[in-house]
Ligand binder design. Sequence first.
Ligand code: MUC
Ligand code: MG
Length: 373
Amino acid sequence: MSQLKITHIETFIVDLPTIRPHHLSMTVMRNQSIVVIRLFSSDGIEGIGEATTIGGISYSDEFPEGIKLAIDTYFTPLLIGQDPTQINFLMKLLDKNVSGNNFAKSGIETALLDGHAKRLGVPLHNLFGGAITETLPVLWTLASGDTEKDIEEAKKLIAEKRHNVFKLKIGRKSPNEDVQHVAAIKKALGQDSKVTVDVNQAWSEQVAKQAIKKLQEAGIDLIEQPLAKYNFEGLARLTSYFEVPIMADESAATVQDAFKLAKLHAASVFALKISKSGGLTNIAKQAAIAQGAGISLYGGTMLEGTIGTAASAHLFATLPNLDWGTELFGPLLLTDDIVKKPIKFENFSLELPKGSGLGVELDMNQVEKYKRK
Ligand code: MUC
Ligand code: MG
């Protein structure tokens, strides 16, 4: 029997400004609040994790202050004294004692996996059978709120070879204004750039039918979450009605959601996010369901900073059916970072961080600068 024990867990919130306002259907983000988790074990190993939401409480049921409180009050007493190498046991213990709170669970699981991979001296992806690729394609979200600014931003990023696939956040304005905005960007960028849209649940089925028809005609490549997250049947109708693929994001939160969506043929693509699923292991399970059902995968983001982005990248790099690449650009939306060595983005891709665990180390001077007091 191992004598190893989890000795203490530290959590704090850092607030990092965004490079520009980021417009989504439910909020406009001007900064990102990241809950950082440091999990220490009796062998001196420290694992780090991140739990991040979008726009405080506007996107999800969880929010930064609540995540920190939940971990400090409820998760930590369950975990202290436990063996940090028994990650499946610990996640089952959390599921048994804590309802929901998947963002917080994901942050804790990341810290356990990072610590354990460091203990073994291997990159985190090795715990999932190893990466298939060292680089992942990364798209960029155009969401300045202004069509001309978005076109300028996209052209600059194409010229820099940073991104050549663009996701447009719509659903905030009227469907007609949104369609005009999207069609203008697609026309300006031409056939060489893929353009996708994310409606973030803003449309009724009737509005979606009319608007998607126009978006399809404008040559849009993918439609993300047009309907309310619980409307699986509506998504299934849109998926069979249109040629343009429909992607489930908010609807495809958990392993159970993935199964139900697959059974109903309610999406052609799943957007996977470690936060909504409750961690990396659950992503691997959702991916297996998708593979069995012939559904393509997309590596999603909750606009995490470098820790959450690295965690997502380690898992996404192990998936054989990541047909739609990723949107792991979170760190690039922020003006600064809290790690010593940022993730490298070049040639329209990110490079999987090297070294043991996540391959990412906290810079405590930077943490002090941005830590919420
Ligand atoms: C979402 O719903 O996909 C991901 C990229 C972005 O700009 O917003 C997020 C959330
Ligand atoms: Mg989305």
